[in-house]
Ligand binder design. Structure first.
Ligand SMILES: [Zn+2]
Length: 183
């Protein structure tokens, strides 16, 4: 399973974009006369590339794993996270919106409404904690563009939305799934 012809490199600590572990690696590959390097992860063995500016590819997916998620929600939540790790921020935001609509409809919201409608629905029905109201206002502002516009999203737009969704998913799926069963 090990990589062939690894050479000794300067030790580098990084968060692996594949497995999410923070690792320290001192073996890998490098370019002659260049500062580009490839380090296989000591934990999962998959290779991360570092360019001459120190950029890491694949990047780190924001957010954390969530327990007790239905399979399709888990898949789409992780897709949004991975999209951020490859700088596909607009794709990540669109995926997050799809996910929010899906969550709201599962919580009995009407189908075929706007993104903002669903964010407000979740807030109005107690799915957002009391001090999370600022999030809702922020996301409402962000989400209010007309459908015929193409609005490019940034890293902070995508990571904010993923944090919001992470909170909701924990609240709606993970915590209820962890309640001890009464004997
Ligand atoms: Zn790894």
């Amino acid at each position: 399973m090990a990589w062939n012809n690894l050479t000794q490199l300067q030790s580098r600590q990084f968060c692996c974009g594949f497995c999410g572990n923070v690792v320290a690696a001192d073996r890998g590959f490098f370019q002659q006369n260049g500062s580009r390097k490839v380090y296989p992860c000591p934990h999962c063995d998959k290779p991360s590339f570092f360019d001459e500016y120190g950029n890491q590819i694949p990047g780190i997916a924001p957010g954390n794993e969530i327990g007790h998620l239905p399979k399709e929600l888990e898949t789409i939540y992780n897709e949004a996270r991975r999209a951020v790790s490859v700088n596909a921020y607009t794709a990540a935001v669109l995926t997050c919106r799809k996910l929010l609509m899906h969550i709201a409809v599962q919580q009995k919201a009407e189908e075929g409404k706007s993104f903002v409608f669903y964010v407000e629905y979740l807030a109005d029905n107690g799915y957002v904690p009391p001090h999370g109201k600022g999030w809702v206002d922020h996301i409402r502002k962000k989400g209010n563009e007309a459908t015929h516009e193409i609005v490019l999203m940034s890293l902070s737009d995508a990571t904010e939305l993923i944090s919001f969704i992470e909170m909701l998913l924990k609240f709606i799926y993970e915590f209820p799934g962890r309640i001890p069963v009464a004997k």
